[in-house]
Design a binder for this molecule. Structure first.
Ligand code: ZN
Length: 228
């Protein structure tokens, strides 16, 4: 799968899903945890689904979202914290499930978790930042534009300045093209399959409703035809 996520693998990225079976690993600890406190079952369930789509084991998931909590019994004593963690993981799951491919899903989880590290962003703030705007961060993710999604979410959360707030730019007043050039070129080229079926369908649907992106795609299509 092709995404614009430039985050290379790091030591907590984990290997391919075949090396670990995170779901199995968690299944082993699950009866223990559930016995310990059934209030954690919902939280564990969401964590398992996140592990499944990212291919991370439990510690890798917690490392990558910057969670230092490893003691479930301490967590179980704080219902409000359980609720916050559950909402947070559910938000990450919803965002990550919108992209295709393990690498892209990991990228979305890491970027959303990074966003939530800002002092001013609680879980509700994260949800609001991800869904804010004419084309929201979540919609950018669906187009495969993960870095752009994070950027609009950071602006929406008030932790980054919008381009027009930074200073005059040659793009001021021009309609926004939401697709990056490399993705447009893949979309109009022979390698469209690299985008993932669902992402390609999302792009097709977006173009129908977005004149700027439609024009950009048609321009590149013509350029490609002329070069052949
Ligand atoms: Zn567009």
């Amino acid at each position: 799968m092709i995404s614009d996520d430039q985050d290379g693998p790091d030591e907590t990225d984990g290997g391919p899903a075949t090396k670990h079976n995170p779901v199995q690993e968690l299944t082993e600890v699950r009866p223990l945890l559930a016995e310990q406190d059934e209030r954690l079952v919902g939280l564990i369930d969401i964590a398992e689904r996140l592990q499944e789509i990212t291919g991370w084991d439990r510690d890798q998931l917690l490392d990558n979202i910057g969670c230092d909590e490893r003691n479930p019994s301490e967590l179980a004593d704080d219902p409000a914290k359980i609720q916050r963690c559950e909402s947070f993981l559910a938000t990450l799951l919803d965002a990550a499930a919108r992209v295709e491919g393990q690498g892209s899903r990991r990228g979305v989880v890491k970027r959303c978790a990074r966003l939530s590290k800002a002092e001013t962003v609680d879980v509700d703030g994260l949800v609001a930042a991800l869904s804010h705007g004419k084309v929201s961060a979540l919609e950018y993710f669906e187009l495969g534009e993960i870095a752009s999604g994070e950027r609009v979410a950071r602006v929406a959360a008030g932790i980054a300045l919008a381009a027009q707030q930074i200073g005059p730019s040659p793009y001021d007043g021009l309609p926004t093209v939401h697709l990056s050039l490399p993705r447009i070129d893949i979309y109009v080229g022979k390698e469209r399959g690299l985008l993932g079926e669902r992402t390609a369908a999302n792009i097709a649907a977006h173009i129908k409703g977005c004149k700027a992106c439609e024009t950009a795609v048609e321009t590149r299509r013509q350029a490609l035809l002329n070069s052949n």
